[in-house]
Design a binder for this molecule. Structure first.
Ligand code: PLP
Length: 357
């Protein structure tokens, strides 16, 4: 903790105006924001200040060419209202993998951690108390040059704002493949939390909704048969009591930190898990013979989202009832318990450590 972050606190907190029992996701912002500028090859002007609108040039390079990346993570508090930070270094490392692919300068891991900890410490009264409520953090970095030439920006902004979020009621999702669209391919940007990946997924999502589904289940871009992921979640299938999830090492799939947490938890519990390519045909065959027990998505927002229906062309598979699913319920309960500070079997929880005077 040794970066010089200048803190200009608000003179009037907006907390009294917030109805914490009814918070719409992603629309309510806490009092403060962290901002840093990348100028002349260095992160400078490290500041925490009141959340406010910002002005920018119409020629801002990120608006035109999408040189923009983000992270998403949740912070909870213990019974004394003290923040608990989960796996911050994982998010820092992933942000830097995204940065590298998008020719954005990296953020030192220690700066990422310190900025988050100081920002959340200042706004810790914004962390909602309820079971499954949390403070959602949105770190992001984008090109800040006012220039419409196609080249990496010289200047950047790194910002973090936070939003209180209520218990996310994750209704079971109906998902469908959209073989006429591709999200990623080897050598592409699928592993990066880069703005353009999401823009490109919106049209297919709308078409999936027109067909009566909630999300697109993405297949690989070459053979259109290997299952990648779904919406902004990684996917897991349970067949014959074995959990199967696709590997992320080809760079085509976003490497979810919830995915990693679930894998770690299941392994420790002695549940068999295979990280290997899985085709849509294998899932269809398993369903047909009654061996497909569960399918679920993993992600920061909902932790676990149950999949109730999977469609692929003319095949529509209704999966076994949600209540009877054992492995996904177990994984979710473990993660919720860790987030509530009831246990920490893997040493994932970190506390705010004050800056030495
Ligand atoms: C963020 C994200 C995930 C899930 O990652 P978590 O770290 O578990 O939240 C999965 N897929 C995509 C495309 C994502 O953007």
């Amino acid at each position: 903790m040794n970066y010089p972050i200048k803190i200009s606190p608000t003179t009037e907190s907006r907390i009294p105006t917030i109805d914490f029992d009814n918070i719409p996701f992603g629309k309510v912002f806490s009092d403060h924001i962290f901002v840093a500028d990348y100028i002349d090859g260095e992160w400078r002007n490290l500041t925490i200040k009141p959340f406010e609108r910002m002005s920018f040039s119409p020629a801002n390079i990120a608006l035109h060419y999408g040189q923009s990346i983000f992270e998403g993570l949740k912070v909870t508090s213990d019974e004394n209202g003290e923040p608990m930070f989960l796996r911050l270094e994982k998010h820092a490392q992933r942000l830097n993998r995204s940065a590298k692919r998008m020719a954005i300068p990296e953020i030192p891991e220690a700066l990422f951690k310190q900025a988050i900890m100081e920002l959340v410490e200042l706004d810790k009264n914004w962390i909602p108390k309820g079971e499954e409520s949390a403070l959602y953090l949105r770190p992001f970095v984008f090109g800040a040059d006012d220039f419409i030439g196609v080249r990496p920006s010289d200047t950047y902004k790194f910002m973090i704002f936070t939003c209180p979020v209520g218990p996310y009621y994750a209704a079971p999702v109906r998902i469908t493949t959209m073989p006429e669209y591709v999200r990623s391919f080897p050598g592409g940007t699928g592993f990066a939390k880069a703005a353009g990946n999401y823009a490109g997924s919106l049209r297919p999502m709308l078409e999936a909704r027109e067909k009566g589904y909630d999300q697109v289940m993405w297949l690989d871009g070459i053979e259109h048969k290997y299952i990648h992921e779904c919406g902004t979640m990684n996917l897991m299938f349970v067949i014959d009591d074995v959990v199967i999830t696709p590997p992320t090492d080809t760079g085509e799939i976003l490497e979810g930190i919830t995915r990693d947490s679930v894998i770690t938890i299941l392994k420790k519990a002695g549940i068999e898990i295979e990280i290997r390519p899985i085709t849509i045909d294998e899932v269809i065959a398993a369903h047909k013979s009654g061996r497909l027990q569960e399918a679920f998505g993993t992600g920061t927002a909902a932790v676990i989202s149950q999949v109730s229906t999977i469609a692929h062309g003319d095949v529509v598979m209704d999966l076994p009832p949600i209540e009877g699913r054992k492995i996904s319920h177990f994984a979710k309960a473990e993660i919720v318990a860790i987030r509530r500070g009831q246990k920490d079997p893997f040493g994932w929880i970190e506390r705010f450590t004050a800056v030495p005077a």
